[in-house]
Design a binder for this molecule. Structure first.
Ligand code: AFP
Length: 340
């Protein structure tokens, strides 16, 4: 032992933070009933995150900016990277022996894979969220969620597998392509945030991002105020309240990339609102591939997510691409909305 070094500092000095594989193995060992299927899917998803991160970071060099000329199922212009990110997810999920099918925000309907007795899970994903920000180098993200299939394993997965309530999610998360690339997930035992270490190409877990907790109250509100003329009175009164309350009046922060807005508020505290309004009776965001995954993360971090009245995770989806209004973030601010 070197002079002045304690046993403890000697032990910790050369320890690397765990990478995602080590972390998932440790988590799996805590659950003797685990088969390794979920670990395998999450490791594959972390590969998807790395490959999309690479596409994002090199887009200016590889002609990846700009639209494809197509519109997606939502009627939105598809950009080249939307398409490439979607392909990355599909390619990796198709090869995973535990995945029975997927549904993508970019595609009309779900896809089922040939069945076998191992294929227990289905995956929902939004391959590139905030993609209209992409050409200007603003942070964007991808969102995923994993459910156990409820249809008989002898058959192909059916629509019911993809229309489960958010409270049935086994695991959800997002990749954030920001000033660094992050992989944030929960499997119902806390929220973990990995950072991509570009020097070794691995997602590692910094100490501060193990069991992420969101503040109970925060001073950020995130909403597109450009639409305030279309808001109903409840939204207008609520936002006015946040800005003008005596204690801790809120300030506005809005990127227009859901994952980036959500992630900032998760760490700093505050509320993200995408309300229904006179033009959009159900808001804009999609329940199954955007709101449910983020609502699970928010709740696991100690926050809340509602559609203004109901817990997001309790809403029974009726359609694959159903939209819902959302109020998501710190407990105090989300609860306050119900008073308006
Ligand atoms: P895009 O992927 O088409 O950019 O849509 C992103 C999104 O669904 C979500 O990420 C944003 O928070 C939201 O739209 C922003 O929408 P507004 O422009 O209506 O505020």
């Amino acid at each position: 032992m070197l002079k002045g070094e304690t046993n403890c500092s000697k032990e910790n000095k050369h320890l690397l933070p765990p990478n995602i594989q080590e972390h998932l193995r440790q988590e799996q060992n805590l659950h003797p009933e685990a088969t390794g299927a979920l670990t395998s899917i999450l490791i594959d998803l972390s590969r998807v995150a790395k490959s999309i991160s690479y596409l994002v970071n090199t887009a200016g060099l590889t002609d990846a900016y700009g639209p494809t000329g197509q519109t997606n199922v939502q009627g939105e212009a598809v950009i080249k990277l939307d398409e490439r990110a979607n392909e990355q997810f599909k390619h990796v999920l198709r090869l995973n022996p535990y995945v029975a099918g997927y549904a993508s925000e970019e595609e009309n309907t779900f896809v089922s894979f040939p069945t076998g007795d191992k294929e227990k899970y289905i995956v929902w994903f939004d391959p590139l969220d905030g993609s209209s920000n992409f050409d200007t180098n603003v942070s964007i993200g991808s969102i995923f969620t994993i459910y156990k299939r409820i249809s008989d394993v002898k058959n192909l997965v059916d629509e019911g597998d993809f229309l489960q309530k958010g409270c049935e999610q086994v695991c959800s998360g997002y990749f954030l392509y920001g000033s660094s690339t992050m992989f944030v997930y929960t499997a119902g035992h806390g929220v973990y945030g990995f950072t991509l270490d570009p020097s070794v190409g691995e997602f590692v877990l910094p100490k501060d991002y193990s069991h992420i907790k969101t503040p109970k109250s925060g001073k950020i509100y995130s909403v597109n105020e450009g639409y305030s003329d279309q808001w109903f009175t409840d939204t207008r009164d609520y936002i006015n309240h946040l800005k003008n309350r005596d204690e801790n009046p809120c300030i506005s922060r809005y990127i227009g990339s859901l994952v980036a807005d959500f992630h900032r508020n998760l760490l700093k505290g505050g509320v993200y609102v995408y309300p229904k309004d006179t033009k959009n009776p159900n808001g804009k965001l999609r329940l199954c591939c955007e709101l449910n995954p983020l609502a699970l993360i928010a709740e696991q971090a100690g926050g809340l997510a509602t559609d203004g009245k109901n817990r997001i995770l309790n809403i029974q989806p009726q359609q694959l691409h159903q939209r819902s209004p959302v109020v998501i973030g710190s407990k105090n601010e989300v609860e306050k909305f119900s008073e308006f």
